[in-house]
Design a protein around this ligand. Structure first.
Ligand SMILES: Cc1cc2nc3c(=O)[nH]c(=O)nc-3n(C[C@H](O)[C@H](O)[C@H](O)COP(=O)(O)O)c2cc1C
Length: 164
């Protein structure tokens, strides 16, 4: 799959707005991800409000680039009523990777900014979105047309493969 080998973390974006149908396509990709027991513990916030984006970008030193994005998607995880609670974070991770691949495929750029499992970042992101006790921000995914370009780093390392 070409997108796997073209995807890079994009942290600089042009001012061009992202079309609503592209946002929906990214979220279709997210919800197409596998999840343990098909529990789909996710909700997705699409944030265009500049004040909320600014608050999200201040979750940590490492989320500052979100401030420059026209839109930030926040995949959130339900924590109540899950049959496979300990697998929820893995489910959300699958969804985020699908999003990043679809973002690449659509000619857009994005990056996974860590929120969960860092308590301070979760508290700040949850507060920015006004979330309650049973739904928590999992990651920030700023999305926009890329204002930076580079080839993907080649991390293939045969010595990491162990045939038995
Ligand atoms: C779980 C996870 C958390 C990450 N958190 C951050 C983050 O908080 N801030 C950031 O700028 N990049 C973050 N990244 C992106 C990584 O820094 C990036 O994927 C890595 O440097 C490799 O670069 P590439 O994605 O361009 O191949 C995160 C990636 C993952 C998978």
């Amino acid at each position: 799959m070409n997108e796997i080998f073209r995807r890079i973390s994009v942290r600089k974006y042009t001012d061009e707005p992202v079309e609503p149908e592209k946002i929906e396509q990214i979220l279709r990709a997210a919800m197409a991800a596998p999840s343990a027991g098909n529990q789909q513990p996710w909700e997705f916030y699409v944030v265009r409000d500049r004040a909320v984006i600014k608050a999200l970008s201040e979750c940590s030193l490492y989320s500052a680039c979100a401030a420059g994005a026209p839109v930030v998607i926040v995949p959130c995880m339900r924590t109540k009523g899950l049959r496979w609670e300990r697998l929820g974070q893995i489910d959300l991770s699958c969804a985020v990777e699908n999003m990043l691949l679809e973002i690449t495929s659509l000619g857009l750029g994005g990056v996974w900014l860590c929120v969960t499992p860092e308590p301070e970042r979760m508290e700040k992101a949850d507060a920015a979105l006004g979330l309650g006790d049973d739904l928590h921000a999992f990651a920030l995914v700023p999305v926009g047309y890329p204002a930076e370009e580079r080839p993907q780093q080649d991390r293939f390392d045969k010595s990491r493969i162990h045939y038995i």
